[in-house]
Design a protein around this ligand. Sequence first.
Ligand code: SF4
Length: 470
Amino acid sequence: MFTEIKGLNEECGVFAVWGHKDAAQITYYGLHSLQHRGQEGAGIVVTDGEQLSVHKGMGLVNDVFRPEDLTLLHGKGAIGHVRYATAGGGGFANVQPLLFRSQRGGLALAHNGNLVNANNLKHQLEGQGSIFQSTSDTEVLAHLIKRSGYYTLEDQLKNALSMLKGAYAFAIMNETQLMVALDPNGLRPLSIGRLGDAYVVASETCAFDIIGAEYERDVQPGELVIIDDNGLRSERFVSSQPRAICSMEYVYFARPDSNVDGVNVHTARKNLGKQLAYEAPIEADVVTGVPDSSISAAIGYAEQTGIPYELGLIKNRYVGRTFIQPSQELREQGVKMKLSAVRGVVEGKRVVMIDDSIVRGTTSRRIVRMLREAGAKEVHVRISSPPIKNPCFYGIDTSTTEELIASNHSIEEMRDMMGADTLAFLSTEGLMEGIGRDSLEPNCGQCLACFTGQYPTEIYADTLHPHAKV
Ligand code: SF4
């Protein structure tokens, strides 16, 4: 994925397994295939039926886990997490799963998403004496569970979840049970699979393929799934709201080999490219896509227009991750290092460059310049999603409104700034049509808030600054 230079970052992936003797190893492989969802920290908590053990650290899954670390994690149940840290900031204390121990036993939590009322709840809880170990909004759930007057974890959890607002896919585990829950709008993806007699749960179905698990179904909005040695049970903790799954999962975040709520991501992207060709055709000699996440859309655009698809841009896979470099200037240098234009393909040609989205616009400007330096006669930029004009409060770091180029400039101004001959975006209708979800719900059951500004949940005053979380 091209995550780190776009300025659009997913904030986590979760994985869980129950009923497998190699739970930690299975989780390790699962986290590997979710690595694109977060690269700043990873962790696994395992249960042997009597106690929880944890190993976690900063960095990629490969950096955090050595073979000997996994052999120390014995047990039949595990939850794992990969993190991209924006909500709550970075640092080891925020690496998940979070593990809490009390006289009644342990509790491990892993979360994908972002709570929009975390600050409110945190202030209330601190007023009641809670002391927070981390700055992650995820910890709020642990305190709500602990303060609930209910006896069983299941009831405590239902009560606690009913107080949360925002986006969440949770995996929660104690010594004897695994529970997974999805927010009432189903903003984030979460799927259940089977591996022999074991159950597996993952943010994306690509994690099932790597371990040979069979996809069974998706977790439903407002559903709490309880898995233990007696099997799987489904409960509800709130009445369901209209589905509002994140559109950007289809456009950019999820891996092309994943199915998100029943729709294959590569197919959706290819159809977005076709839709874009229908809405914004142009005379040209070659179509190329910004690797990796725009390739599927570029293939679709080429197929629809009949203009040949070519590898006009290639990615250098062995460059260090640029997101750890602090300044914009260094980030821009990073773009150069990561991508190259293929002179033999673009020289003297009218090139259609397909990208999946534009956040700050700096990447697009660099790529247009790169194509021109490689001899492209014309560069026509086509974006397979609508302009991102609003920040995301649901776990995607889309930058602030001031940094979003489409929030502050017209399409013509953006075209001029990036030095393209023409520029066009897909419409929101085209986005829904291209993704093709079989849904009669509003917006085809998708969240479109970063394009339209219509958020599917209430937004609290303290969430209006997405970089200032609890
Ligand atoms: S605002 Fe945009 S990025 Fe955030 S959940 Fe909605 S569609 Fe996804």
